[in-house]
Design a protein around this ligand. Sequence first.
Ligand SMILES: [Zn+2]
Length: 325
Amino acid sequence: MLIFDAHCDTLTRAVNEGKNLSANSLHWDVARAGQYDGFVQVLAIWQDPDKVKPSFEGAMRYILAAEKFQREAPRLKLCRNASELEGGLQEKKVCAFLAVEGGECLEGEIENLRLFYQAGVRVLTLTWNHANGLGDGADEPENRGLTPFGREVMQWMQQNGMVVDISHAGERAFYDCIDIARKPIIASHSNARRIHDHPRNLRDEQLLAIAKTGGVIGMNFYTKFIGPPGKADLTALIGHIEHILGIAGEDSLGLGADFDGMYSLPPPIVGVENLYSLFNTLARMNYSDEILEKIASGNFLRVFGNALEQTGNNMDKPVQASEND
Ligand SMILES: [Zn+2]
């Protein structure tokens, strides 16, 4: 089975804790991901705003670390476009896309977004939980929408082959994104609020709005977003999956496990090595191979393939002004 996981914090944690990506004691490593028929991982770069001031330079350090990890683990392939991904999967590499989580580190400059792009970043999660220069996150009681800079960032991304991620966004920022979306929007690691009422989860209307853009919602495995923190199990996670399939449909559900962004997984899942426990359970519930394949990788592959296909020609294109329409 080919797996596409749209969000993990393993790169960030490996750097912070002096570990590597080849083989480690974390939730995810190349050795374990490499046991599947194919694996695509979005590796998030996240600077904890409660500990450091997120900066462009700080994010670039993680990008350099990812390149070092790639040199140490020849099976890891950092991909920038659809053809590199295709080649990597054919060569049985563990393929990865770089993501930046939280637009604070753009420091208000579109030029920094272009530099991230040139350095290989293909996903930006616009906000983390707090407000930033792009808009308000899910923990902001004022719930302000996207700022003019946030709109400019989003439009630049969609014009230049990056994937817009609205996990962590507050509701108004979310709908502002939906309003100006010209391409599919993803929620890389968010669950269903109807099943577990947490501000990081998405309401039914939001699930539907993402589906209408052609986008995908990645299932988060953190028990806190599934049900009772530390207690929610695989059955509870499947409750989210069934609900989202019912609301958003089979073309809009994927995985965004949030490995190493948390410490509490739903039993029996302990890390990337036993994702089959989820898919075997769904197969026993009579979900077809076709639906399971879409959830495991097909849906995110579609969105990333479409978003990134134009890349390669426009690396040197000048920054475009926002349209503001
Ligand atoms: Zn996150």
